[in-house]
Design a protein around this ligand. Structure first.
Ligand SMILES: Cc1cc2nc3c(=O)[nH]c(=O)nc-3n(C[C@H](O)[C@H](O)[C@H](O)COP(=O)(O)OP(=O)(O)OC[C@H]3O[C@@H](n4cnc5c(N)ncnc54)[C@H](O)[C@@H]3O)c2cc1C
Length: 500
């Protein structure tokens, strides 16, 4: 959608094809039980580090952000004291001084190493990656962040966290929102940049759009149309057609052919190259072969949405302290983390189709910040569970397993929680496949940072161009990666416009 809006803004005759009846994919929101629920967890962090909102003039099309502050409440199943992370470093240190005083010195050391790397990462994400471009950015930053980027990208994220912090309370939640959310073990060597997650929140402001995550795609759609773009909903593409010179258009499921010498796929690259590309010219043979033999990842995220009559309050908070710090604990996302050892075990269990007894949970109450998301007096609960595999041995047709996550969560909040729930639903990897066109329920993600972009074995993921003339890719599978980010869409548009 971001690419389409930039192309239309630049005067290209642009058609946006969407398989579903609504735009937005996993960044969208939808109605449920008279309320609005988000498909994703809706902590938008990276999007706000890009110029997309300003350049596409999304505020004029209804996009307005509410800052989430604190941006996250870090919790662990081991019962250690929950601690808030604020955008402001001093407020965070103040909270740590009260709750985990022995970790303060480690947190300062961590930030000294991590903050420059995060600034470099965000800067690098806003252009198609190239050796020359990244070197220039590093020089402009006086090489700050480069050593961390190199050193951490060779280590495991768990190892990085252990080198700064003594307790799971500080080590684990940062890894939950890093490697665990990416579906890998934090013990994997090379996952080290996944330890940047606390620092991300001090550089960027976490926010949620008024009206839900779906206001991002809705406002982009409105901007796109205002620039003359055309959209067709409920129009799944079934093939990308070529002649011997390059791409010539797409075929829709109803047999309609749409002719164009430029086609941009924002979908799973595996599906794009292996299933959809037909009559590909010889220069694409190696590309197709490479993607055909690449193993396809399976989905591992699930989400419960519930409509409730009240906000569940956490039991084990130091209420007086949280009041002094001015914190509404339920408005931000509570990252409830297993220990690192359990994360690694959970990863191994996942490969056997099993789920941890106490999974990693990301929980928030969107209505605590934005009452427009439910009728007066009602609240929405968003509970995301990680390492919940597509090939779950018990299958996803019964609700027993999601019920168990709710029971786990209920041990952390006041007793009235179960009685407050009026309606609930669960979205599992099986539903992401069925309803969001994500093969095996897997939400794609470009792995690694800018360095990985340079040594990538799949250059189309970082250049957005393919060996098929006129065929481009974008979306979460391409650099800089997943999240409601927009950078890959903007980068892809720059490449298309340069080649015009
Ligand atoms: C449970 C969960 C929680 C998340 N939480 C967060 C969060 O808190 N913060 C954050 O920043 N990110 C979060 N994300 C990630 C974020 O939602 C995604 O990375 C991002 O939305 C991906 O955008 P995309 O455009 O690349 O892909 P998608 O959102 O998958 O969009 C692709 C679009 O292509 C359409 N499509 C597919 N096949 C066809 C076809 N054949 N023809 C036409 N159209 C087709 C799809 O319907 C879809 O609309 C979360 C994701 C999940 C699953």
């Amino acid at each position: 959608m971001v690419t389409a809006a930039y192309l239309a803004q630049a005067g290209m005759n642009t058609l946006l094809l969407e398989a579903r009846a609504a735009v937005g994919g996993t960044a969208g929101s939808e109605p449920f039980a008279d309320a609005t629920v988000n498909i994703c967890n809706c902590d938008h962090l990276t999007f706000r580090t890009t110029p997309v909102m300003t350049e596409l003039r999304l505020a004029e099309h209804g996009l307005r952000y509410l800052d989430v502050e604190p941006s996250q409440l870090n919790m662990a199943w081991d019962g250690s004291a929950p601690w808030p992370i604020f955008h402001d470093i001093d407020r965070t240190i103040d909270a740590l001084n009260a709750l985990h005083p022995r970790e303060v010195e480690g947190y300062r050391r961590y930030l000294k190493a991590a903050l420059p790397a995060v600034r470099l990462l965000f800067d690098a994400a806003n252009d198609p990656p190239s050796f020359g471009g990244l070197t220039r950015k590093a020089m402009n930053n006086r090489m700050r962040g480069v050593s961390t980027m190199f050193a951490w990208s060779r280590r495991s994220a768990a190892d990085v966290m252990r080198s700064f912090f003594d307790t799971e309370a500080l080590r684990a939640p940062g890894l939950l929102v890093g490697p665990m959310v990416w579906g890998i073990s934090p013990e994997f060597s090379g996952s080290g940049l996944g330890a940047l997650t606390y620092a991300l929140r001090h550089v960027a402001n976490v926010g949620r759009p008024v009206g839900g995550s779906g206001m991002v795609p809705e406002s982009i759609l409105a901007a796109f149309q205002s620039y003359g773009g055309e959209v067709r909903l409920s129009s799944p593409v079934t093939s990308i057609m070529c002649d011997n010179t390059g791409v010539i258009g797409v075929r829709l499921v109803d047999g309609t052919d749409i002719r164009s010498r430029t086609v941009i796929s924002a979908c799973d690259p595996h599906r794009t190259f292996v299933e959809w590309l037909t009559n590909a010219p010889p220069q694409a043979t190696k590309l197709i072969q490479r993607w055909r033999t690449m193993p396809h990842s399976q989905g591992y995220e699930s989400k419960i949405d519930a409509v409730m009559s009240a906000i569940p309050r956490f039991r084990h908070l130091d209420t007086a302290l949280f009041e002094r710090l001015g914190i509404d604990a339920e408005a931000c996302t509570a990252a409830i983390a297993p220990t690192i050892a359990d994360m690694h075990r959970g990863y191994e269990l996942m490969s056997r189709g099993e789920i941890l007894e106490q999974p990693g949970l990301l929980v928030n109450v969107p209505t605590a910040l934005d009452p427009t998301m439910a009728p007066a007096g009602k609240h929405v609960l968003s509970l995301e569970a990680i390492y919940t595999p597509y090939n779950f041995t018990q299958g996803w047709s019964a609700d027993d397993e999601p019920m168990r996550w709710m029971q786990q969560y209920s041990t952390l909040v006041d007793d009235s929680f179960p009685d407050c729930i009026e309606q609930w639903r669960v979205v599992t990897p099986a539903s992401y496949e069925r309803e969001f066109h994500l093969p095996q329920g897997h939400a794609t993600s470009f792995a690694g940072g800018p360095l990985a972009a340079l040594r990538n074995k799949n250059p189309e993921l970082t250049r957005y161009e393919t060996p098929v003339s006129g065929l481009y890719i974008t979306g979460a599978a391409t650099f800089p990666g997943a999240g409601v980010w927009g950078a890959s869409g903007r980068n892809a548009a720059m490449v298309v416009l340069q080649n015009r």
